[in-house]
Design a protein around this ligand. Structure first.
Ligand code: NAD
Length: 331
């Protein structure tokens, strides 16, 4: 028996399909988040499946442990909200979904680039006030752009293929080179070279300590005048203050952001009629050369289905004592 916490309505079709394929597994659906209080609902189950930004702190893990549960499967990739020391101490086995659809995120990055190159936010503002004139928002073609891709893992790799379809020139950088891409000769040896060549800079690296604020005043200064910056990876990779300074000076022509440094508790909430808690977000949203999407790059039917079904498969593997896919190292 699995208890699936914080199941959203849009996840239900994928969960129902999975249940039909696994009649031997009882799934108890809970729409609320996993908290120290709601953990008691898992009493009598064999495992839990979860997805939330709230921390899986010691109190929550202890409450699950008290309910007899130590097998937890995340429907997402991020594990930074888990108290790893507590999880280890309490004997937890945890899985995540490390790859659910790199295409969802890569396509989103490509759309952001395309929308900015064709000046879509500016046209939309004009069209909304019934101004249907062309000038001065002349566009640029993707095939004329050199795109600098930082991080050529699952998502960066797919993005490169998409951009090649548009005829863009690719330069990329990764601390570990992908052998296939290496044959194509698209890697540069360092970020300074990438910044010097790229008309568009897009980041696809994890938010490791050493990567925080990798896009900062210094890196922006090394970029081409009029660069476009795309971040669909993690908010803290970009120093928001430095980005705002770059946009103010015109050094940065435009930016497309699906993630934001202070997005927790802000994205996926309705702020209509209310002030944002963060002035810098307001500042960015008011610009016609900035597109912000509220961490929706992953949010496609395919990705959501994979997140739901892979996580439940993993939880069954844990429960059956099989070697589980996507086992998270607890350290
Ligand atoms: P991945 O692990 O497959 O690839 C990351 C790559 O970055 C690796 O090849 C690694 O070697 C490289 N890397 C790490 N640090 C580097 C550095 N300092 N310089 C150069 N390269 C470096 O990861 P992925 O699945 O491609 O995901 C990439 C990012 O996308 C992650 O930050 C992830 O959190 C984010 N993401 C965002 C969404 C969304 O909805 N917006 C969804 C999923 C993932």
């Amino acid at each position: 028996k699995i208890v699936s916490y914080s199941i959203r309505d849009d996840e239900m079709p994928a969960l129902k399909e999975w249940q039909a394929q696994h009649p031997d597994v009882e799934v108890q659906i809970e729409h609320e988040l996993l908290t120290p209080e709601s953990a008691a609902k898992a009493q009598g189950a064999d495992g839990v499946v979860v997805y939330q930004q709230l921390p899986y702190d010691r109190a929550t893990l202890q409450a699950l442990h008290d309910a007899g549960i130590n097998k937890m499967s995340l429907r997402n990739v991020g594990t930074d909200n888990i108290d790893m020391a507590a999880a280890k101490e309490l004997g937890f086995q945890i899985t995540n979904v490390s790859v659910y659809s790199p295409n969802a995120i890569a396509e989103h990055a490509a759309w952001l680039m395309g929308r900015l190159l064709r000046r879509e936010p500016e046209y939309t503002a004009k069209i909304n006030r019934h101004d249907l004139r062309w000038a001065p928002e002349i566009g640029r073609e993707m095939r004329m752009q050199t795109v600098g891709v930082i991080g050529t893992g699952h998502i960066g790799r797919v993005l490169i293929d998409i951009l090649k379809g548009f005829g863009a020139k690719i330069v990329c950088y990764d601390v570990f080179k992908n052998p296939e891409l290496e044959k194509e000769g698209v890697y540069v040896d360092n970020l300074a070279d990438l910044y010097q060549q790229a008309d568009i800079v897009t980041v696809h690296v994890p938010s490791l300590k050493e990567n925080i604020h990798m896009i900062n005043d210094d890196s922006i200064a090394q970029m081409k005048d009029g660069v476009i910056i795309i971040n669909v990876a993690r908010g803290d990779l970009v120093d928001t203050d430095a980005l705002i300074r770059g946009l103010d000076s015109g050094k940065v022509r435009a930016a497309g952001l699906d993630v934001y440094e202070k997005e927790v508790g802000v994205f996926n909430e309705d702020w209509e009629g209310k002030a944002f808690p963060d002035q810098r977000l307001e500042n960015l949203l008011n610009r016609k050369n900035v597109i912000i999407t509220p961490h929706t790059a992953f949010y496609t039917e395919t990705a959501v289905k994979n997140m739901v079904q892979i996580s439940h498969n993993c939880n069954v593997q844990l429960i059956k004592g099989e070697k589980a896919d996507n086992l998270v190292k607890l350290d």
